[in-house]
Write a protein of this length. Sequence first.
Length: 388
Amino acid sequence: MGARKQVILIMSSWLNEIMIRERFKPRILSRLLIMLFLSGGFLWLMNSAKLLNWTLFRDAFSGGGALLFLIATILIIMPLLGAAKHYFILRALYPYLRFFDVLLSGVIGQAIGQWVPGSMAVTEIVRFGLVARLGAGQNARGESTIQPLTKGEIGLSILLDRLIGFAMMLIVSGAVALMLLAQKDTVVRSPIILLGPAVISLAAGGGLLMMLFLPRTLPYLRLSRHIGKKAAQYSQRISANVKTNKLRGKSWLRVFSLMEMIEAVTSRRGGLTVPLLISLVLTALNPITFYLSARAIGRSLPLSAILVAVPFTVFSLFLPLGIAGFGGQQLMVAGVFSMFRVSPEVVVASSLVLNTIALATYTLCGGIGAVFAIERMSTARIKRLDRL
C-alpha cells in the first residue's frame, strides 16, 4: 500500500470518527458566527472612533516588503525557540522524545489555535494531544519503548513552559516600566497609572519564578515526603483490599505524583537554565515584531513602551473577543497602550499588520507540519499493526 493511500485511509477514519461523535453541531456554527460578528463590531467601533486607519494598513503591504519579510522570519524563529524550551522541559521527564515531534505539536497547535476564540487554550489542547500521539512509546530513533509519556507529564510540561514564559515577560515588563518612571520619560502619559502595572508585573513575575524553585527548599521536600508516606499507606491498603476511602487515596497518589514530576524538572541541575534563557530571548523578540510592524506602516513606536505593554496584550489570547485575532484584540491593545503618549491609530494599524502576517506565516507552517505529522502517525500505526 502506497503512502498516499495510507494517509487517505487515516484521514477518512478520522472524519468518520468526527461524524459519529457529531462534533459539527449547530451550536458550534452559531458560536463562530457570533465571534465573526464581534470581530466586525469591534472593527466598526474602532473605525467610528477614528482609531482604525486602513490607509496605514494598506501602505504596509504595498511598500514594506523587506520589513514584512523580516517580521515573518522572526515569527518563524519564535516557534523554533519555543519548541526547544518545551523540549528541554520534557527531556527531564521523558528522555526518549524527539525534538521534531515537539516542534510539530507546537506549530500545528498554534496554526489551529489562532483561528478560533480563546486561542491560547485551544493551542494548548491541540499541543497536548499531538505530543501524546507523536511521542507515544518511541525514542529519538523511532524505536518502540516500554512506557510512553503520561497525560500528567505532558500537562505539567506545558504548564511549566507557560509559567516560565509569563514570568520572564512580566519581570521584564515591570523592570522597564520602573526604569521609565525613574527616568521620568515623556512617553509615559501618567506615572501614577503606570506604577500599578509595574508593581503588579514585578510581583507576579517574581512570584511565578519563585514557585519554580520551591522544590529545592526544605519545607517543600518535607511536605513531599509527608504526602509520599500518605500515598504509600493508602496504596498498600487499596492493594490489600482493606476498607479505605479510595477517592482520598487516589487523591494523595495524584498529588504526590505531581510533586515528584515538578521536582524532577525543577530540581535537575541546570534543568531550568536553558528554558529561562530561551524565554528571555522570546521576551525580546515578541516586542521587536510589533516595533517592526509600526516601521512597516511608516511610523514609529517606542520599544520600551512595547516591552511594558506586550504581557498585558497576551491575556487577550485567552478571551473570546472575536475570530482570528481581529477586532477585539486590537481594541485591547489600544487600551493597554493608552498608558503611553503614542498614537492609537498607529498602535491599532501595527497590531493588524502583525496579526495578518502571523496568521499567514503560522497557517503555512502549521499546514506543512500537519503533512509531516500525518505521515509520522500513519507510519507509527502501520508499525503497530505489523507487530500484532
